[in-house]
Write a protein of this length. Structure first.
Length: 128
């Protein structure tokens, strides 16, 4: 028979494992339409730059872009065989509407973009 300390250790280890598994939140993929401003991730996260300020503070090539929704959520473009494109740089500081399959895990949401539509009539906010 195992000693009580070994049983308690195994019980604690099992609880830790279940707690870790419960902490990983995965949401089932779903079709989604998102409207927002294309921002440079580095400029936005470091300096809060949006709109024209993004164009002035953008670091060297290779920095990723994302879509900042009206409610403040960052949506990352995901590569997939069905994706229209993951390169949002040509739309930097512009508002767009995108459609695709959204994947979420923990606090991160990505979108396999199947349709991208620039919204010329809506200007992106300027400054920080």
């Amino acid at each position: 028979m195992k000693s009580p300390s070994v049983r308690y250790a195994l019980f604690a280890l099992g609880g830790l494992l279940l707690g870790t598994l419960a902490a990983v939140e995965t949401v089932r993929p779903a079709e989604r339409v998102v409207t927002g401003e294309v921002v440079d991730l580095s400029s936005y996260l470091i300096a809060g730059a949006r709109g024209e300020a993004t164009l002035k503070t953008r670091p060297a090539k290779g920095s990723s872009c994302a879509i900042l929704t009206d409610d403040g959520q960052l949506i990352l473009p995901l590569a997939d065989a069905k994706a229209e494109s993951t390169d949002l740089a040509p739309f930097l500081a512009r508002r767009v509407r995108v459609r695709g399959t959204a994947y979420s895990k923990n606090a991160v949401t990505g979108l396999v973009i199947t349709k991208l539509e620039p919204l010329a009539a809506e200007a992106a906010p300027t400054g920080k």
